[in-house]
Design a protein around this ligand. Structure first.
Ligand SMILES: Nc1ncnc2c1ncn2[C@@H]1O[C@H](COP(=O)(O)OP(=O)(O)OP(=O)(O)O)[C@@H](O)[C@H]1O
Length: 355
C-alpha cells in the first residue's frame, strides 16, 4: 500500500517570552509517522502533547523547524500547494462561518478548490445526505446544534473529495449521542469514500472505536504505534481485583494471588493491597480465575466481590509513560504557560482551503 503520510524527525519549537527571558518550547520533538492509503489512524495524547502542532505541520499551516514529511506523496514544504489540494482539514475550532446559509458555504468552499457551481452543489447535497444533515441546506450555521455544525465542518473538509482527511478532535464538546453519531460518519468516510483518515483525540474510547491503528504521543514524542489490540496485549495481563470479606485474611489472599502471578512469569510482589482490595495483573485471567477462586474457597477466604478488567488504552499509556492519561491532562491543565499563544496562526486558512 502507498504511504499517505510519511514523516521523519519532525520538530517544531516555539519561543515564548516570560518578561525578558525567552523560553523555548519543543512542542514536537522528532516525530516519525507512517500512514498507509485507506487507514484510519487515531493520534492520541494528553492536552499539550503536540497533536495539533504535528497536524498543522502535516497540513502545511506550520513549517517544520526540522525534519521532513510527505503527505499524499507531496513534500509539505516544497509542494505545499499540492498537499493542500489533496487533503481535507477539519480544524479544532471548526470553520469560520460567515453569515451565509450552510449550503452556500459548502458550495463556495468547493469553488475555492476549482469546482464549478454545479459540481459543488451536486457534491454538497450528496454530502448533506451522507452526513445526516437533511433539510439544513438553507439553514444559517449559527442556528445549528453542535453536532450539526461539526458535520457541516466535515462536509466543507470533504467537498473536493480529498483522499486524505485530517480531523482535529472531531467530537470535543459534543454530547454522547452526537459523538456516537459522528463516529458512524467518520467510520463511513473510509467505507463509502475510501478515504484515509488521520484524527487527533484525547478520548481513549474514540481512538479505540474508530482507529485501525493508534499512535500515542506524549510531550512531543511518539511513545507507541500499533493496533489497539496489540498495544493492550503489551500490557501484562488483565487486572484482577479481589475484595476480601474479612480484613484479617487480606494477607493470605495477597499471598495466593502473588503465587498465581509468579506461576505466570510475573513478580510475586507485584500484588497491590489497598484496604480490603487485593489486585494484580494476570495474563489470560479468564482461564486462571476459576482455579484461583477454588483455592481461596479451599483456604476459607470469602470474597465480597471480584472484578476482572481487560487492559484499557489508559493502562497502555500508564505502562508507557508512568502516568495515566487523566493525570497527564490534569498536569497540563494545572500548569498553564502564561505566555502560551493559542495555536491559531494569523494566516490560518478556512477548513481545508487551498492557498
Ligand atoms: N504558537 C505557539 N506558541 C507557543 N507555544 C505553543 C504554540 N502552539 C502550541 N504551543 C505549545 O506546544 C505544546 C503542544 O501543543 P499542541 O496544541 O500541539 O498540543 P495538543 O496535543 O494538540 O493539545 P490539545 O489536546 O490540548 O489540543 C503545548 O505545550 C503548547 O502550549
Amino acid at each position: 500500500m502507498n504511504a499517505m503520510i510519511h514523516a521523519r524527525g519532525l520538530v517544531q519549537t516555539f519561543t515564548t517570552r516570560q518578561g525578558k527571558t525567552k523560553k523555548e518550547v519543543r512542542a514536537v520533538d522528532g516525530v516519525d509517522l507512517d500512514v498507509a492509503d485507506g487507514e484510519v489512524v487515531g493520534f492520541l495524547g494528553p492536552n499539550g502533547a503536540g497533536k495539533t502542532t504535528t497536524l498543522r505541520m502535516l497540513t502545511t499551516l506550520l513549517r517544520p523547524t526540522a525534519g521532513e514529511a510527505t503527505v499524499a506523496g507531496y513534500d509539505v514544504v516544497r509542494e505545499a500547494r499540492e498537499v493542500r489540494r489533496s487533503i481535507g482539514y477539519v480544524s479544532q475550532a471548526g470553520g469560520a462561518f460567515s453569515a451565509a446559509r450552510a449550503g452556500d458555504e459548502v458550495v463556495d468552499h468547493g469553488m475555492l478548490y476549482g469546482l464549478s457551481r454545479r459540481e459543488a452543489t451536486q457534491r454538497g447535497q450528496q454530502l448533506f445526505e451522507q452526513l445526516d444533515l437533511p433539510g439544513l441546506w438553507t439553514r444559517m450555521p449559527r442556528t445549528m446544534s453542535g453536532g450539526q455544525k461539526r458535520r457541516l465542518d466535515i462536509a466543507m473538509g470533504l467537498i473536493h473529495e480529498p483522499r486524505l482527511v485530517f480531523l482535529d478532535e472531531p467530537t470535543t464538546g459534543l454530547d454522547p449521542q452526537a459523538r456516537a453519531n459522528l463516529w458512524d460518519h467518520i467510520a463511513g468516510l473510509r467505507e463509502r469514500r475510501g478515504a484515509t483518515v488521520f484524527l487527533t483525540t484525547h478520548y481513549l474510547d474514540e481512538a479505540d472505536a474508530l482507529s485501525d491503528r493508534i499512535v500515542i504521543i506524549d510531550a512531543g514524542r511518539i511513545v507507541a504505534a500499533d493496533t489497539s489490540a496489540n498495544l493492550k496485549a503489551q500490557v501484562a495481563g488483565d487486572l484482577v481485583d479481589l475484595e476480601i470479606a474479612d480484613p484479617a485474611r487480606v494477607g493470605d489472599a495477597a499471598e495466593r494471588l502473588g503465587a498465581l502471578l509468579a506461576v505466570n512469569g510475573g513478580a510475586r510482589d507485584a500484588v497491590q493491597v489497598d484496604g480490603q482490595h487485593v489486585r494484580g495483573r494476570v495474563p489470560r485471567a479468564g482461564g486462571e480465575v476459576p482455579g484461583l477462586l477454588r483455592d481461596l474457597d479451599r483456604l476459607g477466604i470469602d470474597l465480597a466481590s471480584i472484578e476482572v478488567q481487560r487492559p484499557t488504552l489508559d493502562d497502555v499509556f500508564l505502562a508507557l509513560t508512568g502516568r495515566s492519561l487523566r493525570d497527564a491532562e490534569a498536569e497540563a491543565d494545572a500548569d498553564p504557560d502564561p505566555d502560551d499563544v493559542p495555536p491559531v496562526p494569523a494566516d490560518a486558512a478556512p477548513a481545508g482551503a487551498p492557498r
